[in-house]
Design a protein around this ligand. Structure first.
Ligand code: CS2
Ligand code: MG
Length: 402
């Protein structure tokens, strides 16, 4: 079998998605997600201008060799644009392989280690009362694990909180908006939020919280310690992770489990975090970490240190990535949890899929390959629209992490 055609399809049903479609001489095609929120066109160009010419004519079954060719052959390794482009090719190849062998991708990755995957959703509210209402709503939808974020007194529009009814969307169309951030009221508020949730909902729900990289290691240590009585499933992205050793300080101060990795691209971003057991969950995604070929190696490495997976699953990862994550999580031994931020009906219409949600768990479906498709004529009706993630500044105007 040979790859004979490759197309990059950019569509914006309600947010931007970049998809790679690889076609073979036997009429089988595969899809790979290449979406990099706010930098979508850079990956599209990387694929069109530099990758596609090199892969036409190759055998799509050679997932390992093609991965190494794109990673090593470029000379310039790593980085989100490169690794998203490699992931798109890799995932499309696994999709082709599954379809050609008439089996779901999970069977190619080790077969079923479990029947379905525990997922967590997002509950948000402009204040504690509204957050409690949203937790109740998600519990009633069947979720067993809920990430909770709430507005902070004195801060307008903090990131991660829905502005109106319905789910929140990280990116905003147009140029980046700017918001004020202050750590002091946040640190005072979050323990009060989780105290109320536990009092109200009892011990059964798994509760999670995302710090969006905004704390210093010592601030994160304090928060982790203060949240211990509320038994969190995890505290996510407590501090930026370029300096992996920052997590040592947090680990030494708190037993609250720590999750990190949605912005990582290769094993080298997480190597020290994993081998020193400074984290409990690695959140790298199929699309931003070089695809299934690389993420499988990362999961196997993490398993040696009892670190489990908790793949990023926000709406800026397309249904192709969600499908790939579910096949991956079905097969690996050290699966922990999967993030589930449901896409809108418009996105689901552009990407019809076989995966499903029921009673707090997801299932990838049993269709050959990934079990997700792209309706190209519908996709063409939704052209790209510039969109960015918001920017955060401290009250004095200094740019901060988010
Ligand atoms: C968030 C994401 O889902 C999460 O954990 O951190 O919303 C993240 O901010 C976006 O995916 C960024 O593109
Ligand atoms: Mg996050």
């Amino acid at each position: 079998m040979k790859i004979v055609n490759a197309t990059v399809i950019i569509t914006s049903p309600d947010r931007n998605f970049v998809t790679l479609k690889l076609e073979t001489d036997e009429g089988i095609y595969g899809l790979g997600d290449a979406t990099l929120n706010g930098r979508e066109l850079a990956v599209a160009s990387y694929l069109n201008d530099h990758v596609i010419p090199c892969i036409l004519g190759r055998d799509p079954f050679q997932t390992e060799d093609i991965w190494q060719y794109l990673y090593r052959g470029a000379y310039w390794r790593r980085g989100p644009v490169t690794m998203a482009a490699i992931a798109a090719v890799d995932v499309a190849l696994w999709d082709i392989k599954g379809k050609a062998l008439n089996t779901p991708v999970y069977n190619l990755l080790g077969g079923k280690s479990r029947e379905s995957l525990l997922v967590y959703c997002h509950a948000t509210g402009k204040d504690i009362e509204h957050a409690l209402e949203d937790v109740a709503r998600h519990r009633d939808l069947g979720y067993k694990a809920i990430r909770v974020q709430s507005g902070i007194p004195g801060l307008e529009n903090p990131y991660g909180i829905a502005k109106g009814p319905g789910n929140y969307e990280p990116a905003e169309r147009g140029l980046p908006s700017e918001h004020a951030w202050a750590t002091e009221p946040y640190l005072r508020h979050v323990p009060a939020l989780f105290a109320r949730i536990r009092t109200h909902f009892g011990e059964d729900l798994h509760l999670l919280h995302d710090c969006h990289h905004r704390l210093t290691p010592i601030e994160a240590s304090r928060l982790g310690k203060e949240l211990e009585p509320f038994d969190l499933f995890w505290l996510e992205d407590p501090t930026p992770a370029e300096h992996q050793e920052s997590f040592k300080l947090i680990r030494e101060h708190t037993t609250t489990p720590i999750a990190v990795g949605e912005v990582f691209n290769t094993i080298w971003d997480a190597h020290d975090l994993i081998r020193n057991q400074w984290i409990d969950y690695i959140r790298m995604s199929v699309v931003h970490s070089g695809g299934l070929t690389h993420l499988k190696k990362i999961a196997d490495f993490a398993a040696l240190y009892q670190v489990r997976t908790g793949c990023h699953g926000a709406t800026d990862l397309s249904p192709v990535t969600m499908a790939a994550a579910l096949h991956f999580g079905t097969a690996i031994h050290n699966f922990g949890i999967q993030e589930h931020m449901p896409h809108t009906a418009e996105t689901d219409a552009v990407f019809p899929h076989h995966y499903s949600f029921k009673d707090g768990f997801m299932h990838p479906g049993n269709a050959p390959g990934l079990g997700v498709d792209l309706d190209e004529s519908l996709a063409a009706k939704h052209p790209y629209q510039r969109a960015y993630l918001p920017i955060n500044r401290k009250l004095d105007g200094t740019l901060t992490d988010w």
